[in-house]
Design a protein around this ligand. Structure first.
Ligand code: FPP
Length: 243
């Protein structure tokens, strides 16, 4: 066995925050209320990640496919994100969080784009935790946009290695996620981080996202610690080793 540190925390945690709609339905509330509670759950988990010295948290806030939802839910989510930025941006900034948006910004409103730009620029010097908000994001979109950028940069076909293409992926600045959590009971990746999750450890939780808190995060980290990460090799690698 190599230097296997079972106490290590993951450097990079990715979360599919699923179950907001069901959380609301159980309470006979419109789905929007579930998403609203989901924002509060996210802020709690950001604090929990800071406390555990996790360096990167990537959350799936709106997928390339979420446009297929009823238009009132889509506009509700857009409005909620705008409200969340104005409500929480200063607090997250004070907590030392750097916010980065990953996804196709072309299709979102000018207002939302401006809010994203403000969230990114006002937190760009923070270093404690990077919160990547995947919005209008899809793993397939990410791979295609990276290929397009590589072609536009003039990278010849025979020089387009995995490492080279990684330089053009939307989160090229971050190590690959160590731990991927999906709440809400579904067991699938739903087009999230397809490229980056090649050697990520997966934990699926039945907990609905608005109810996901520190205890559930710790349970996921504990499950992660029991895994032998071999990255395709034979010997276990330290659990928090990323890219
Ligand atoms: C999935 O639950 C959740 C979403 C599609 C939206 C998640 C977004 C947030 C929590 C808000 C994020 C806000 C910011 C500022 C980043 P679902 O609606 O699919 O739930 P269901 O499976 O129970 O129907």
């Amino acid at each position: 066995m190599q230097n296997l540190d079972k106490a290590a925390v993951p450097r990079h945690v990715a979360i599919v925050m699923d179950g907001n709609g069901r959380w609301a339905k159980k309470r006979f509330l419109p789905r929007f209320f579930g998403h609203k509670q989901g924002v509060d759950a996210l802020v709690r988990i950001v604090q929990a990640c800071l406390d555990r010295e996790i360096e990167y948290l990537t959350v799936f806030a709106f997928s390339s496919e979420n446009w297929k939802r009823p238009s009132d839910e889509v506009s509700g989510l857009m409005g909620l994100v705008l409200a969340a930025v104005s409500r929480y941006l200063a607090r997250l900034g004070d907590m030392g969080v750097r916010i980065r948006i990953v996804g196709d910004r072309e299709a979102v409103s000018d207002k939302l784009r401006a809010a994203w730009n403000e969230a990114e620029s006002s937190t760009e010097h923070n270093t404690r935790l990077t919160l990547n908000v995947a919005f209008n994001y899809g793993g397939r979109w990410d791979i295609v946009q990276a290929c397009r950028k590589a072609i536009a940069a003039g990278v010849p076909a025979d020089a387009l290695t995995e490492a080279k293409l990684s330089e053009f992926m939307a989160m090229s600045y971050a190590p690959d996620p160590d731990l991927f959590i999906r709440t809400g009971g579904e067991i699938r990746i739903s087009n999230f981080l397809l490229w980056q999750a090649a050697y990520t450890e997966f934990v699926f939780s039945d907990c609905l996202w608005p109810e996901f808190g520190e205890a559930e995060l710790d349970a996921a980290i504990q499950a992660f610690r029991t895994r032998d990460r071999r990255f395709g090799g034979v010997n276990p690698q330290p659990v928090a080793q990323g890219a």
